[in-house]
Design a protein around this ligand. Structure first.
Ligand code: MG
Length: 395
């Protein structure tokens, strides 16, 4: 009978070390959630026929919506709710792998997106032979024991020290016994192999990879982005048009401008901010402002679009992104905008938390042609690029 190998992917962490409110598995890496990269590696590991992802109960749907379906990752069979500790989450996922009839289970951290499929091939081959295998790297740096005052107690002999990674592969029955015993005896371990070792079972080591980064800090995220060729900027464009009507204030780029007409709309109808918000959302792959701030919602009635822009910034920040550069072109026949351009640019650069030199604002007429030329409305076009945040997002 063919052997069934399933991957078990714990992704239930809260990401506290990232410094933000966002679980790190959903942060954007080269334009898509970290977890989607990890699952794509599993998709490419040919020995693995399916996977079980463990997420926080509140995030189960989000894993399907943001990390699985958009990328056509057909191997994901279940997204199950995890527990408080990693060990509880893996136990929950393991029960499901067992129900699904797995002969071998490969546990792999949801936030290790750079493990290549060959790493899976190596640990799986070793686990088939010996029952339990992990990948690890020999410690390259000198290791010391240090007390709470920061004083060195001793230098540890490092020749037998290895830094452990995932994937870790186990015969399902063996890993199940280890978890049963852990529950019965109150064992705790920071990796699955730790529990198997307590059973007295041999665990084999195969060479890991220096690129198999566990993304824990904003610096890790930035480094992984560079390794993935994340130098390619995330770009987005936006376009907005509003009608000019009497009896409304004219607000552009957060500046109220003297004019006999103003822009009609549900909010303050600031086309500059709206086009820019669309460009930012587009660069992050987050749709458009209509989806996030619907006209039908009374909360947005006459609201300042700078407030909405701040909400877009929070959405980007939750995904580990921030603006890199922005450019807006206004198309209006009247009023004359030149006296207001500097104030608008200042507002935008503040709202985007960008140096004013990275925010451009241009205005043109349309030579009397079309709806803008006849003074029936004002249009704005925007371009924006994003980059990873290297500083923690504010909670
Ligand atoms: Mg609009």
């Amino acid at each position: 009978m063919a052997e069934k190998i399933l991957a078990l992917v714990p992704a239930a962490g809260s990401g506290r070390r990232m410094g933000g409110p966002q679980a790190k598995q959903f942060l954007a890496l080269a334009g898509r959630p970290i977890l989607s990269h990890t699952l794509a590696v599993i998709e490419a590991a040919k020995e693995v026929v399916g996977s079980v992802v463990v997420a926080r109960a509140a995030d189960q749907d989000r894993v399907w919506q943001e990390c699985v379906r958009p990328y056509g990752l057909g191997k994901v069979q279940r997204v199950v709710a995890g527990g408080a500790r990693r060990q509880d989450s893996v136990a929950a996922g393991l029960a499901v792998c067992r129900q699904l009839g797995a002969d071998l289970v490969v546990v792999h951290d949801g936030v290790r997106p750079l493990a290549g499929p060959e790493l899976f091939a190596h640990v799986i081959a070793a686990a088939r032979r010996w029952g339990a295998a992990i990948c690890a790297l020999p410690a390259a740096e000198t290791i010391k024991q240090v007390d709470q005052r920061g004083v060195v107690l001793s230098t540890v002999e490092r020749s037998r020290l290895w830094l452990v990674q995932t994937p870790q592969a186990f015969e399902t029955g063996l890993l199940w016994r280890a978890f049963e015993q852990a529950a019965a005896q109150g064992w705790q371990a920071t990796d699955e192999a730790g529990l198997v070792e307590k059973l007295g079972q041999e665990v084999r080591v195969v060479p890991g990879s220096g690129h198999n980064l566990k993304i824990t800090t904003p610096q890790d995220l930035a480094l992984a982005g560079r390794w993935l060729g994340g130098a390619a900027p995330l770009m987005g464009q936006g376009l907005d048009v509003h009608r000019l009507v009497p009896g409304r204030p004219l607000v552009l780029g957060g500046v109220t401008i003297e004019h006999d007409k103003g822009l009609w709309g549900h909010s303050d109808a600031d086309v500059v901010c709206h086009a820019l918000m669309d460009a930012l959302l587009a660069a992050a792959g987050l749709g458009d402002i209509g989806q996030h701030f619907p006209d039908s919602d009374p909360a947005y009635k006459d609201i300042s679009s700078l407030t909405l822009l701040a909400e877009v910034m929070a959405l980007l920040s939750q995904r580990g992104l921030r603006p890199a550069q922005a450019s807006v072109t206004l198309v209006a026949q009247a009023p004359r905008l030149a006296p207001h351009m500097e104030a608008m640019r200042r507002n935008l650069s503040q709202a985007l938390d960008l140096d004013p030199g990275l925010v451009n604002l241009a205005a043109t007429t349309s030579e009397g042609l079309g709806f803008t030329g006849r003074g029936e409305g004002i249009a704005a076009l925007a371009l924006a690029s994003l980059r990873p945040r290297e500083q923690p997002a504010e909670p």
